[in-house]
Design a protein. Structure first.
Length: 135
């Protein structure tokens, strides 16, 4: 669904045709419309964390009981291409599984740059980007 500027939500979040998107933390509570929009914009199905190879975006659905975010990010960041980024989606305050913003910030790698969060329905989206070194 496009907004008043004609951009779909996936495009406003930076998704482009041809990108490879790795999705982590999928459960039945995710925003299915966003997932479909991402796949429509990129022209590809999302891959999971078993994917071997570079990805352009990591879409990380994270809830309070999903484990240590720092550990999850440590596994999610290495497959990112040089211009890649991570989108962390957490439940809005008051929803089951809400993660406090300070808990997210504490889990961020020292080199990650975080943009201000965006509200997306029942989810808050935080975009991470920054310099990375490939091993």
């Amino acid at each position: 669904m496009a907004d008043s500027t004609g951009l779909t939500l996936a495009r406003r979040l930076g998704f482009r045709a041809g990108q490879v998107v790795m999705e982590i933390g999928y459960h039945d509570d995710v925003d299915q419309m966003l997932r479909e929009d991402i796949e429509n914009v990129t022209g590809q199905l999302m891959v999971d964390e078993e994917h071997r190879g570079w990805v352009d975006v990591v879409l990380l659905w994270h809830r309070q009981d999903d484990g240590d975010l720092a550990d999850i990010l440590a596994d999610a960041i290495p497959p990112l291409a040089d211009e890649g980024y991570v989108l962390i989606l957490t439940p809005q305050p008051g929803r089951e599984g809400h993660v406090a913003r300070y808990a997210i910030v504490e889990a961020l790698p020292a080199t990650a740059l975080a943009q201000d969060p965006t509200e997306l329905g029942d989810w808050t989206v935080l975009r991470l980007a920054g310099p990375r070194t490939k091993y």
